[in-house]
Design a protein around this ligand. Structure first.
Ligand SMILES: [Zn+2]
Length: 449
């Protein structure tokens, strides 16, 4: 693999990548029939002036410098649809006392007082450097939009978005309590989100009310939210039913409200764990409603495995994973994403969509169509983020891709692929993963170690 990297680094000007295997879902339609039983097609890729000039069946492109990949896989850049850059890398100072979702919420709420522009920017920038080194070109982050730190956090993310433009396309979701959309300040809030190019968000749960009253209030809040989304032309990304309780069924309320207000195509529902534990008929009906309403679902396997079905001294029996086969089987767009990394919600994670896909495949038994699930961390989230690069390999598109030392899907998923070669504009990245020690130093400098 080192030799491939060296040859790519030396490739001056235009070159041809010979014999690359690419998941068919990430190729132009005309080439998909080339795929083998695993869903991988063997192609040549011509790189010219930092763009993909041509993609053709293997052996068809010959002129110019040729770099033979001997069947190694090439994927387009990743898109990570659901993260929390504001909370990232706070674990050391704000650990989760009992490991549960509620424990995480409490730890982070208490940590809000420690959030300041310099340290937040340091943590989030470190996260983006990790994402960049792993091969990510688009990333959406939720940002806590309540509390005294809210305005500061949003401003920091806007500054980071500008600084990373051209490398990672950063999107922000204002993660507000649902009551925000009903309050007197609702329109001012929505306008601020719209003016800064954000997405409307929140958790579809009303705390502190009996179930019937909470349900009623949630319906009102969702009607208001989708009303604002329609009026201001905003996309929506909600945290939905992050629970292994079958009674958690706000997803159908989201579908109802989205459809009632005619907002469709770019409404994303994250988590949807409870779908996996509901009776089949209930789940099927909920998925029918999602399809009719044009919703998309993003599953967060790493965080759900970490938080769901947790209690002290007991081994979890449930996976917390949304029913991925069934969602995809309904024709509902489904993405996989990182969610929290290095905080009370998830002690691990490194903004590596390949790790997310690997765990999704292993825990969701997606191995039968693993190559097609490549779209869940590339093309599908890119479309939901309205990224012009589309998360695919396309003629005329930028020569942004990742080369893996793996010919088959089992080879790809057997290893972390730490030696992957990330190529942007036809050139391999010079940057590698930053050391955690760097983060410690930077946080100490920012005065918040
Ligand atoms: Zn989340």
């Amino acid at each position: 693999m080192r030799a491939v990297g060296e040859r790519l680094a030396q490739a001056v000007g235009d070159y041809i990548l010979r014999d690359a295997r690419v998941p068919r879902a990430l190729l132009p339609t005309a080439l998909r029939a080339l795929a083998d039983g695993q869903g991988l097609a063997r192609v040549d890729l011509a790189v010219e002036g930092g763009r993909l000039r041509a993609i053709a069946p293997v052996g068809r492109l010959g002129a110019g410098a040729v770099l033979d990949l001997a069947g190694r896989q090439v994927w387009p850049s990743f898109h990570d649809l659901h993260t929390h850059l504001d909370k990232t890398h706070t674990l050391a100072r704000a650990p989760n006392a009992d490991g549960t979702l509620l424990g995480a919420v409490k730890a982070v709420m208490a940590d809000h007082a420690r959030w300041h522009a310099a340290e937040l920017e340091t943590r989030a920038d470190f996260a983006l450097r990790c994402a960049w080194a792993h091969g990510t070109a688009g990333l959406r982050t939720h940002v806590d939009a309540a509390g005294p730190q809210a305005r500061m956090s949003w401003d920091v993310m806007q500054a980071l978005r500008a600084r990373w433009a051209g490398r990672i396309r950063l999107q922000m979701v204002a993660m507000a309590p649902m009551d925000t959309y009903l309050g007197a300040q609702a329109e001012a809030f929505v306008r601020r989100v719209a003016e800064s190019g954000g997405v409307l968000g929140g958790v579809t749960r009303i705390p502190g009310l009996p179930p019937a009253a909470a349900r009623q209030r949630l319906a009102l809040a969702l009607d208001a939210l989708f009303g604002w989304a329609g009026r201001y032309g905003l996309d929506v990304d909600l945290h939905v039913d992050e629970s292994c309780e079958p009674a958690a069924d706000s997803l159908r309320e989201v579908a109802r409200a989205a459809q009632a207000k005619g907002v469709r195509g770019y409404v994303v529902c994250g988590h949807c764990c409870s779908l996996a534990v509901q009776p089949e008929a209930v789940r099927e009906q909920a998925l029918d409603l999602c399809l009719e309403a044009g919703l998309a679902i993003v599953s967060l396997p790493l965080v759900n495995l970490f938080l769901q079905d947790r209690s002290a001294g007991r081994t979890p029996r449930l996976r917390g994973l949304a029913p991925l086969h069934e969602i995809a089987g309904h024709g509902i767009p489904v993405a996989l994403a990182s969610d929290n990394c290095g905080d009370a919600f998830h002690a691990y994670g490194d903004y590596d969509p390949l790790e997310v896909l690997r765990e999704g495949v292993r825990n969701g038994h997606l191995d039968g169509a693993a190559a097609d699930w490549s779209a869940s961390v590339t093309a599908t989230p890119a479309r939901l983020m309205r990224h012009p690069a589309r998360g695919m390999l396309e003629e005329g598109g930028a020569a942004d891709f990742i080369v893996f030392d793996a010919r088959s899907m089992p080879e790809l998923l057997a290893r972390p692929q730490s030696d992957r070669i990330v190529v942007r504009g036809g050139r391999p990245l010079a940057e590698s993963l930053p050391s955690f020690a760097e983060l410690d130093c930077a946080l100490a400098e920012a005065g918040h170690a």
